[in-house]
Design a protein around this ligand. Structure first.
Ligand SMILES: [Zn+2]
Length: 222
């Protein structure tokens, strides 16, 4: 399956391969990879290059202190590790594997909060850098109100589709909007749209009436 047309740019995939991305951005890349064969192949190539580079590095001699710390850590690991019991209810198979740690069963069962007539949201976690990881649900034909961001916004469409000023986006599509990008996502009328969204700063609504919402959004972000 490779129907996704909007992909993470190469620098992001390279950082993902090197394990240097913040958790919140890595979740978006993982969710996209579950829908995108071409990025999966690109990632395999990057992983191969990374491991070849590692093999070419000359090992540095370890200090006696470091060796002792490692041996202590190994001892404690063998004592601590117990098999993890699997949960009774299995998550819906349409939920990306990388998100199943946050979603026990189905999207419908999550504690959605109403943001507006058209949008509900649920926070999954906060990254250590402060970024908010959440799901957004837009009702069929609903609009996410014109907004910009005080930080970058990463979005992956998990269910349904939406369009904005740049075009139509479907399941698996990945996009990044910067602080200067103003956009108005509108879900298609056939079904609701569920997105994984990572925001690194509060959303700024830019419409005349919706500007009134900004103080509330900033407060909920703090
Ligand atoms: Zn891709």
């Amino acid at each position: 399956m490779n129907k996704s047309v909007n992909h993470p740019y190469d620098e992001l995939l390279t950082a993902y391969s090197a394990g240097s991305l913040p958790l919140s951005q890595a979740l978006c890349i993982s969710a996209h990879l579950e829908h995108c064969q071409s990025c999966g192949q690109k990632l395999q190539r990057l992983n191969r290059v990374g491991s070849q580079m590692m093999q070419q590095l000359k090992p540095a001699p370890a200090s006696a202190d470091l060796k002792n710390q490692l041996l202590d850590r190994l001892d404690s690991l063998t004592e601590e590790q117990a098999p993890v019991e699997s949960k009774a209810s299995e998550p819906d198979s349409s939920i990306p594997r990388c998100l199943r740690q946050f979603i026990e069963s189905r999207y419908e069962d999550l504690p959605w909060k109403r943001v507006s007539t058209d949008i509900h949201s649920v926070e999954l976690c906060r990254d250590s850098n402060g970024a908010r990881v959440e799901l957004l649900k837009i009702r069929p034909g609903g609009s996410a109100t014109t907004h910009t961001h005080l930080g970058d916004e990463y979005t992956v469409i998990l269910e349904g589709s939406f369009s904005d000023e740049s075009g139509l986006y479907g399941q698996g599509d990945f996009m990044v909007k910067g602080t200067r990008d103003k956009h108005t996502p509108v879900a298609t009328r056939d079904r609701e749209c569920i997105c994984l969204a990572v925001t690194e700063g509060p959303i700024q609504f830019t419409g005349f009436i919706s500007r009134l919402l900004n103080p509330f959004i900033r407060r909920s972000y703090a």
